[in-house]
Every structure is written in C-alpha cells, then in structure tokens.
Design a protein around this ligand. Structure first.
Ligand SMILES: Nc1ncnc2c1ncn2[C@@H]1O[C@H](COP(=O)(O)OP(=O)(O)OP(=O)(O)O)[C@@H](O)[C@H]1O
Length: 511
C-alpha cells in the first residue's frame, strides 16, 4: 500500500461549517467549524455529553443538523441516511456494535454484500474471503469466520464492527471509542490498521477519552465542550494538562491511592472452574479493593460471571461472610448482598425507556418503600446526590436514559449499584467510556465505599486504572490466576504476568 497523499498540508476531505443541533432541553452542538484532512488522524475529545457522538451521527447521516453544512471533497453533502453516507465513502464505526447473534462472523461482516459464486451465495467462498480480509487486516487468530455472533466477546464484536467499516471504498473513517473493550494487544493491531488507512490518504476521526492513546495515534486534537469547539491543537504542541483544561474548564486534582487496612474476608472463592475458567481461588476482604487484570480473553469477565451465578460452576465454591452460596442467577447474588455492574451495560444493566431517576432507584426501591409507597423525597435526594457527585449530564432526573450520552449512561449504571451499598461490589470495566473528570469522581466514590468497609472487586483493561485503585491485583491468563501483585506495581509487572506462558505458570505452581 502506498502513501498516496502527503501527510502534513494534505487537502481537507471533510469540512463542517457552523453545525448546530438541538434536542429538547439540550444544545448538543453549537456552530461547530471543523475540517479533517486526508492522511491525518484527527482526535475528538470532550467530557461525556460534550457532543462528540452527535457530530459523528450528523457525519454518518443519522441526524440532520438544524443549521450549518458539511462538505465532502469540496462538494456540499446532505446525507439523508447512513446508506447515502456509506455510498459516499463515510464510515462511522459504532461504539456498541450491533451483532446478529444467530449468524456467523462472515455474515455479520458482509451482511448484504456477500460474495456469490455464479448467482448462488456460497458459504465456503464467503468464509474464504473473510479469512483473506482477516489476514489482510492483521486480525487472523482474533476472529474465526465461522463463529456465531452470540459467541463473540465484546472485543471480538468490536473487531467485527471495524472490519465491516473497512469493506469497500473509504474516504472518511470515524472511530467512536473503539478501544474501550480492547486490551493492549488488540489496540496495537487497531492502531496499525489506522496508520495504514491514514497513509493511504483516508481522513480518520478518532474519538476517545484515553489520553495515552490520543498522543499515540493523533496528528491533531479537537476539543468540544458543551457542544462548542473549544480549540484544535497539533498533537506535538500540546499536553494532557492543556487538553484537560480545555475539556473540563478547570484543573483536576491528582489522585493518590489511600492507605487501607483490610478487614475480615467477605468473598471467598475456592477452586472455581467453569467453561473458560480453571481452578481459581482468591479472597476479597472488607474495605479492600481487589482488581482482576489480564488480556482480553484471559477469563476475567467469565470468572466474575461464575462468581455471581451467571455462568454455571463446574467445580469449586463461592462463600460470602463465611456462608457458602449456591447462586443460580445474578438475581440470587443481589439477594446475597452482592452488587454487580456488568460489562455490557445496555444489554444487562439499564432500562433505556425509563428515566434516570427510575434506573438509579430501581436497585434500592425495597429500602425506600414504606407502607407500599416509595418515599419520593428520599428517592429524589439519593438520585440528585448521584447526579451531582458523578456529574451526570442530563436536563433532569426525569430524562429517558436512552437520550443520555454513552458515558453518562455508564455513570447511571454505577450510581445504581453505589446507591445500594452492598457488602461486596463487583464492577466490570467501571469507567469504560467515561471522561477524565468523571473518572476521578468515580475513583473517589470507590475509595469512599472501601473506607466505609465495602469489599470491592474490579475488572479493568486499563492498567493505569488498576494501579490507581487496587490494593491487590490478581492477574489472569488463559482462564487461570497467573499471579498476584501488591499495591502500586508498574504496568510492565502486570503485563509480564498477563503474557506468561502456561508451562511457566505450571512450573511455578509446582515449585
Ligand atoms: N436523542 C437525543 N435526545 C435528547 N438528547 C440527546 C439525544 N442524543 C444526545 N442528546 C444529548 O446531547 C448531548 C450530547 O450528547 P453526545 O452523545 O453527543 O455526547 P458525547 O460527547 O458523545 O458523550 P460521551 O463521551 O458520553 O459519549 C448530551 O447532553 C445528550 O444527553
């Protein structure tokens, strides 16, 4: 592949002029002027609800702007639908991909555009093409053409979505937080792909909350705040502090992990084995934050699911406060005093049609019910408290959760479990898609809960997050515990354990 377009000074491919978009009670975008050049990666940053997704949706033809215009290669475009935008060479890679559960990877990728042999669709030929494309994109080994949609992990779903986007002629590709379910290895592969697209002259837009990635991949960085463009910087001429100031409009306090003394054992997991998890034992104590780290596919989420009764135990026991539990579903786990915020927030955690207030208070309704009436005043106070402390951006507590930005939905999931004050809180990727300011607030809430004696188990792919929060870090590899680290290790120490080979672990277990 050739670098068809010289990098700096390339021509503008996509130009937004004075774009504005309003929803009831919200100005999502106000007079945004922004140009993306061929052969560059333009990062788009901003707090949750700043308007990033709205801008991408306009580019993708999902929304029409109320005012302003969009030009592609110099000509004004009014994409009336995502299909029209797609034909023009625009691809927006969705944050939460829609995967058809009952068809395989091949059909999920090429849906509608399947290769045919003669005039009959040939499954063999299609899978062959899929295999070729996987190889071309460097994804061999991460995805199998024949795997059914419903068997894909969140990371694999994301890769299917990315493959979909790169089929055909592409002028502009926008990635909306593509790495939130990927671990470092997959991120490297994705960045390789993005650099290749860029070198071929494609205009790449990259939305992310992860600073480190922004500085790895972006040529320029645009910052939105409350729907307005605050500024655009060359990546080499700015730094994290300046970007945070632009996004948040204030300085952020650096967080230090408080010293904690762990109390008695709350959760005891012994010899737990399930389909993808082998013989795992560990404990979490009162007032302690324990993190499960490891690469995607290492079995962290599966382990957690086995612990809360969402996956059957093939062997082993789970005990809470000294009593053995027999959980057949997460519902049983909640009854036993376990709060569990799962990885896939939309499917598993939120009722999108209901209001923010209802979603937060759902988990604590029993405690607020008195003589069969919900104590409205108390409910309001609890919900408003979380709206403030987690900085949930919504016109009111009565807004439908569906209408919140992705990061704000994630905060509602958290608020719901934090409000319940369980003995044990299990958080799978608690800050996925959450902006830097709110992340700090969430860390503070987690620290407060631990100080109050809650036992906390966190699954996170973000090593800085694991290091910032955890008193102990359990590193998983291929369904087993590969080792344990104390507070404050380096990223390298965690990675070394996460990538160790099985034989090595066996040898160490034996000695
Ligand atoms: N369909 C809708 N109806 C009402 N309000 C909406 C709708 N879509 C977005 N909004 C509001 O517009 C604002 C901008 O949202 P947007 O999704 O663009 O934010 P974002 O920058 O992508 O945030 P995040 O980082 O959380 O994904 C938010 O206040 C959001 O609640």
């Amino acid at each position: 592949m050739v670098a068809a377009v010289g990098r700096p000074g390339s021509r503008d491919v996509l130009v937004a002029e004075r774009l504005s978009k309003r929803f009831v009670g919200v100005r999502a975008l106000t007079e945004v002027d922004l140009a993306v050049r061929g052969g560059e990666v333009l990062a788009l940053m901003g707090e949750n609800g700043a308007g990033k997704s709205t801008l991408l949706r306009i580019i993708n033809g999902d929304y029409r702007p109320d005012e302003g215009s969009l030009r592609l290669d110099g000509a004004e475009t009014r994409h009336s639908s995502p299909a029209a935008a797609h034909r023009a060479g625009i691809r927006v890679i969705a944050q939460e991909p829609e995967i058809i559960p009952d068809v395989d990877v091949t059909e999920n990728v090429y849906a509608g555009a399947l290769p045919q042999r003669g005039r009959i669709y040939s499954r063999g030929a299609a899978r062959e093409k899929c295999r070729d494309d996987l190889e071309r994109l460097g994804l061999t080994g991460l995805l199998e053409p024949g795997t059914l949609g419903r068997r894909l992990s969140p990371a694999q779903r994301q890769l299917v979505e990315i493959m979909r986007g790169l089929v055909g002629d592409v002028r502009v590709v926008a990635f909306d937080e593509p790495t939130s379910s990927l671990s470092d290895h997959e991120v490297d592969i994705l960045f390789g792909l993005i650099r290749r697209l860029r070198d071929e002259g494609v205009a790449v837009i990259y939305v992310s909350h992860r600073m480190k990635e922004i500085f790895q991949i972006a040529d320029r960085i645009a910052v939105l705040r409350d729907g307005r463009l605050v500024g655009v910087r060359q990546a080499g001429e700015t730094d994290e502090d300046e970007l945070v100031r632009m996004m948040v409009g204030r300085e952020l306090q650096a967080m230090t992990r408080p010293e904690r003394v762990a109390g008695e054992v709350v959760l005891a997991v012994s010899g737990v084995t399930s389909a993808d998890v082998r013989d795992v034992s560990f404990e979490v104590r009162r007032g302690e934050v324990v993190a499960l780290a490891g690469l995607v596919g290492a079995g962290r989420s599966e382990l957690v699911k086995a612990v809360v009764g969402d996956l059957p135990l093939l062997a082993g026991t789970v005990s809470m406060n000294g009593r053995r539990l027999r959980l057949r579903s997460p519902r049983d786990a909640i009854r036993a005093g376990i709060g569990f915020a799962p990885e896939e927030r939309k499917a598993e955690a939120l009722i999108l049609e209901r209001s923010v207030r209802e979603n937060v208070s759902l988990a604590v309704l029993d405690r607020m019910r008195r003589f069969r009436f919900v104590q409205r005043g108390r409910e309001q106070r609890v919900v408003n408290g979380f709206l403030q402390s987690l900085r949930i951006k919504t016109p009111s507590a009565e807004q439908q959760v569906r209408k919140l930005s992705g990061g704000n939905q994630q905060k509602v999931v958290l608020a719901r479990w934090l409000a319940r004050e369980p003995d044990l809180l299990i958080l799978d990727e608690p800050t996925r898609g959450v902006d830097v300011g709110a992340k700090a607030e969430i860390y503070a809430v987690i620290n407060e809960l631990a100080a109050d004696g809650t036992a906390i188990l966190i699954v996170s792919s973000e090593l800085p997050e694991v290091i910032a929060l955890a008193d102990r870090i359990l590193v998983m590899r291929e369904g087993r515990l590969a080792g344990e680290l104390g507070a404050g290790p380096s990223e390298e120490e965690i990675l070394r354990l996460a990538m160790k080979h099985d034989e090595q672990i066996d040898r160490e277990n034996e000695s």
